[in-house]
Design a protein around this ligand. Structure first.
Ligand SMILES: NC(=O)c1ccc[n+]([C@@H]2O[C@H](COP(=O)([O-])OP(=O)(O)OC[C@H]3O[C@@H](n4cnc5c(N)ncnc54)[C@H](OP(=O)(O)O)[C@@H]3O)[C@@H](O)[C@H]2O)c1
Length: 253
């Protein structure tokens, strides 16, 4: 796609208090984007905003407490941030949780929590952004799915299904919006070193948070339609992954 973002634009990020959201905020902050950073932990967001100001002198950073499972709050905070920043150009739907448990021990509540945050929280964010971008006539929605959403992985039924749901929701938007001025990007990270996966026994092809954040920022700036992160090896592996019979996936537990 030929259009790219310019650093004077503003970005709304959910789940910016740690991990990929935080890394992306630091990366985009360095490039002078105006930032609206949201999550439930306000103290972590305030510390992040200070770090961005100290690191790059970027004063255009606002932080807001937001639990994405509260759909009314998502709508209110999104519009309040749009007003405070003088507009929002890019929305990164990033807030997410993981839950790993064997099917025999998993509870409905664990699955429900994952769907509340990763699916309904994401949909609330996407719909607030869609309504706002439709009125403005342009915008860019970025969803952070996962390579785990490409197949149902063992011990990860809620997480894999939630990430597949987010990707397909955005794919449907892409199909519907066609070549309009509202772009949709679907990103499928492999393992990037964050609190979400640090306790896993194996993290194949794991990359540092700094590298992962740089790649995410680059792909967002280029407005790619969809991509794994990093492209290699996950771009190739994801194609193989989709063809594997489920009995081969059981080795990934
Ligand atoms: N790291 C990876 O390898 C990897 C791979 C594929 C996909 N992803 C996806 O990347 C996204 C970020 O994950 P991460 O690895 O950076 O994990 P992380 O470090 O645990 O960060 C998760 C973020 O989501 C926020 N969050 C959780 N529940 C929330 C809620 N109810 N409302 C608002 N914010 C909430 C957390 O902030 P608060 O607790 O302050 O609210 C935190 O900022 C997730 O969607 C994850 O599925 C990560």
């Amino acid at each position: 796609m030929s259009r790219t973002h310019t650093p004077s634009q503003s970005v709304f990020i959910t789940g910016a208090s740690s991990g990929l959201g935080r890394g992306l905020a630091l990366e985009l902050g360095r490039k002078s984007y105006r930032l609206a950073l949201t999550a439930r932990r306000l103290d972590a967001l305030e510390e992040l905003a200070r770090e961005i100001r100290n690191q790059s002198g970027n004063e255009n950073v606002i932080v807001r407490k937001l639990d994405v499972t509260d759909s009314q709050a998502v709508w209110d905070v999104f519009h309040e941030c749009a007003h405070a920043l003088g507009g929002i150009d890019i929305v990164v739907v990033n807030a997410g949780i993981a839950s790993r448990a064997a099917a025999r021990t998993r509870t409905f509540h664990q699955a429900e929590q994952v769907f509340q945050v990763n699916v309904l929280g994401a949909v609330a964010t996407i719909e607030a952004a869609m309504s706002y971008f439709t009125e403005r006539g342009h915008g860019h929605i970025v969803g952070i799915s996962s390579v785990a959403g490409l197949r149902g992985l063992p011990r990860s039924a809620p997480y894999s299904a939630s990430k597949a749901a987010l990707a397909v929701y955005l794919e449907s938007l892409q199909a519907e919006l066609g070549r309009s001025d509202i772009d949709v990007t679907i990103l499928y990270p492999g393992f990037i070193d964050t609190a979400m996966n640090r306790d896993l026994p194996r993290r194949p092809f794991v990359i540092s948070l700094e590298r992962g954040s740089r790649i995410l920022a680059r792909k967002i700036e280029r407005r790619v339609r969809s991509s794994t992160v990093p492209t290699i090896p996950w771009g190739i592996l994801s194609r193989v992954f989709k063809l594997l019979p489920t009995r081969f996936l059981s080795g990934l537990r």
